[in-house]
Design a protein around this ligand. Structure first.
Ligand code: MN
Length: 355
């Protein structure tokens, strides 16, 4: 009998910290500060935010890029996975022109920092840098974050990742300036829905610090929330016209949903990112606690966004279906027909009712 062939020796992945996700401890902040300082000024620092980046993802990442520049960092890349395309509404964030396509990102950076990514899946093809980087700092605020990276700054109580970024910059002794503030404000106003959600004193105190640098909140909010091409407005009209309501769903709290296809986008000459704002119109429907928007991303493949007015924990729904997010805003990727995807949501909706 021959001996079993020797197994190829595969180096173990760098061990991530174990333990439940909670607000960062003092030791986490100290480790993050040390990890950043270790690679100043010449280490290769790769900043990555999540696929289909929103204002919090890009604003948080670029605020940190400016902060690193103030600290003398000379080798910084900022990128995100997927098509290197940014919604018009976010194209004036200071430093956006320095974002590079993922194909140009260092294969083995010294330091990796991730922003607003609730899971490694949200880092797409760049997730492998968690294994190749010497240090990795994860900055996030999603309660569903399973924990990855060597240093975790994941604060589920923070309304936006930008709150975590502001704290880290402060601990790195980077003063707020107009550029950093504009990035952070764009991020903060995005995730608080223009200060309609998570309106804690600390959120407004942070906004006050940012506005004090001289930025114009009205102009930023108008760009982020109140500006879209006519084609997108007409597309929204069609898709909203197809909304359906089931008031019995979610134990009587109600479910409203609609579907946007690639053909819809093509007919109106629009890019997929314009659909990110669609859910804000669907969640207005008063008869439903939960709203769902299915966005076609490929053959039998759907990006599903969900919102709740409070009776249903949609992060639980998303988590059971392979996604994640927050209690009031979450998403996942669904397969099959729209009816299949909606049935999968309905199957776990009742058990996700929290009041
Ligand atoms: Mn966020």
């Amino acid at each position: 009998m021959t001996a079993a062939p020797a197994r190829a020796v595969v180096p173990p992945p760098r061990t991530a910290v174990e333990g439940p996700i909670g607000p960062p401890r003092e030791t986490d902040w100290a480790e993050a500060v040390a990890a950043v300082r270790r690679w100043l000024p010449d280490g290769r620092i790769l900043l990555v935010c999540h696929v289909n980046p929103d204002g919090d993802a890009l604003g948080s990442m670029l605020a940190f890029a400016h902060g690193l520049a103030r600290l003398g960092a000379r080798n910084v890349q900022a990128t995100f996975p997927g098509p290197p395309e940014v919604p018009e509404s976010l194209r004036e964030i200071p430093g956006i022109d320095r974002v590079i396509p993922e194909t140009e990102a260092w294969a083995a950076p010294d330091l990796l920092c991730t922003f607003d990514a609730a899971s490694t899946g949200r880092l797409g093809g760049l997730a492998d840098r968690l294994g190749t980087a010497r240090d990795s700092v994860v900055l996030d605020h999603h309660a569903s974050n399973p924990g990855f990276g060597t240093v975790r700054l994941v604060d589920p109580a923070a309304a936006a990742t930008s709150i975590v970024v502001e704290q880290l910059l402060d601990r790195l002794d980077v003063p707020l300036d107009a550029e950093i503030a504009e990035c952070l404000y764009t991020a903060l106003t995005t995730d608080t829905g223009s200060f309609r959600f998570a309106t804690t004193p600390s959120v407004h105190q942070m906004a006050a610090r940012l506005i004090a640098t001289g930025l114009r909140p009205g102009e930023i909010s108008q760009r982020v929330f109140d500006s879209r091409p006519l084609g997108a407005v007409k597309l929204f009209g069609e898709v909203l016209g197809r909304c359906e309501l089931d008031q019995e769903a979610a134990r009587g709290h109600g479910l409203c949903w609609t579907t946007a296809t690639r053909a819809d986008l093509e007919r109106h000459g629009q890019r997929a990112y314009v659909l990110e704002a669609l859910i804000d119109s669907v969640r207005c429907v008063a008869e439903a606690d939960v709203c769902v928007v299915l966005k076609e991303i490929g053959d039998d493949s759907w990006s599903v966004s969900m919102r709740s007015k409070g009776a249903v924990d949609v992060s639980r729904v998303a988590g059971l279906l392979g996604g994640g997010g927050h209690r009031a805003a979450a998403g996942f990727t669904g397969a099959g027909t729209p009816e299949d995807v909606l049935a999968s949501v309905r199957a776990v909706l009742d058990e996700s009712v929290i009041r």
